[in-house]
Design a protein. Structure first.
Length: 388
């Protein structure tokens, strides 16, 4: 073959290779920008996330305590109560749904995810399949759900989900947690996050150090720091774009049965100092889980962090609460159609309390005096839900 023809063919191959590489780079940049934009939107405007991703067994357990039928019909009705709450978008940027929930629709046939999207609340989805007993580690659990996750993420994306959530649980006890438990859960969180970003879905990474136990604040601080350090080591190993994710950690708290309970300010100081030592500045936001705290305490502790530290932190401190927003509304509703409006007002009130906490403006007056819907759809300050 003449030398000139070989050079020409070689040049063409290089050109095609360069074009393919350029196309891949362009797609990667576009994907990165979409992830970063969504992650920033989830913590923008002093808003936070509403976690309504309770599994069916968990939802049924809460229903049973209040005498509500444990059926798909009742679960759908309760979720529609939340989805249809007027003004929720004023305080909520995103809503985390469960597999059953993202497939459910309002009475008029509109998918819940579409309703949220139309009012400016970003739909998200819980994708783990639960924490299971960890072999060889009595008293510890590892979260499962990586098998088939790529395909499920593609399906959820088509249904409107733009972010996802995966929860790992770490127990504190005698000899717990083990290094094996921490590292296994951190690795699973990182693999999940990488798969999410591949699908252009923002991962919410939730390593929860549980409140259950007698451990002190200092013990929780030590364990939470160790867990978060391991999580970010694994996230970097899996090449996760930190600017395109949200961290959902526990606050640093003494155990529920610890005799040495501490002040709101002590929790704020310990939690923020822990995060400053472990969370890279590239992460756009930290959305705390409530983890069984009362609604009022969760708001007060988030408020103290923002009052004391907001102006000098590299990331936003937001919320991703479930019971701490939902529980008062659920207790009012109790499965009764006649209580829907009052339950929605309670839900709206709790969301507004956490908006105030992000601004460092939450106090007893805000807790006592909620914002009630006026007949014209505006808001007015009237008594809604007492602090008691």
């Amino acid at each position: 073959m003449p030398c000139g023809q070989e050079i020409t063919r070689s040049s063409r191959r290089r050109s095609r290779s360069n074009s393919k590489e350029s196309f891949c780079q362009t797609n990667k940049l576009m994907n990165s920008k979409a992830l970063i934009d969504t992650a920033n939107a989830l913590v923008a405007g002093d808003k936070g996330l509403l976690a309504m991703d309770e599994s069916n067994p968990t939802c049924n357990k809460r229903f049973a305590k209040l005498g509500i039928p444990q059926t798909e019909v009742a679960r759908r009705a309760y979720r529609e109560l939340i989805v249809a709450t007027p003004g929720l978008t004023e305080s909520i940027s995103g809503a985390i749904l469960y597999d059953e929930t993202i497939r459910q629709k309002t009475k008029d046939g509109t998918p819940f995810a579409k309703v949220f999207g139309e009012v400016g609340i970003i739909p998200g989805i819980k994708v783990d399949t639960g924490a299971k007993e960890m072999a060889g580690h009595p008293g510890e659990k590892v979260t499962e759900g990586l098998d088939g996750l790529r395909e499920r993420l593609a399906e959820y994306s088509k249904m409107g989900a733009r972010f996802a959530k995966w929860r790992a649980v770490i127990a504190i006890g005698d000899g717990l947690p083990s290094r094996g438990c921490i590292e296994s859960n951190a690795h699973a969180l990182a693999r999940y996050a990488a798969l999410c970003q591949e699908a252009s879905i923002v991962p919410v990474v939730e390593p929860e150090v549980l409140m259950v136990g007698e451990h002190t604040l200092e013990r929780c601080l030590k364990i939470t720091q160790e867990v978060l350090r391991n999580v970010f080591i694994q996230l970097n190993c899996q090449r996760v774009l930190l600017e395109g994710m949200i961290l959902k950690p526990n606050m640093v708290l003494p155990g529920l049965t610890c005799p040495e309970q501490v002040s709101v300010d002590e929790v704020a100081d310990a939690t923020v100092n822990c995060l400053l030592r472990t969370v890279p500045a590239a992460v756009p936001g930290i959305a705390f889980l409530s983890g069984g705290q009362s609604a009022e305490l969760a708001s007060a502790r988030l408020n103290a962090m923002n009052v004391r530290f907001k102006s000098r932190l590299p990331w936003a401190l937001a919320f991703s609460f479930a019971r701490a927003i939902q529980q008062p509304a659920l207790e009012i509703w109790q499965g009764k159609e006649t209580e829907v409006q009052e339950a929605q007002e309670a839900l709206y009130h709790r969301a507004r309390c956490n908006l105030a906490a992000r601004r460092g403006e939450y106090n007893a007056t805000v807790e006592r005096d909620g914002w009630k819907r006026s007949p014209q759809g505006g808001t007015s300050a009237k008594h809604l839900v007492s602090a008691e």
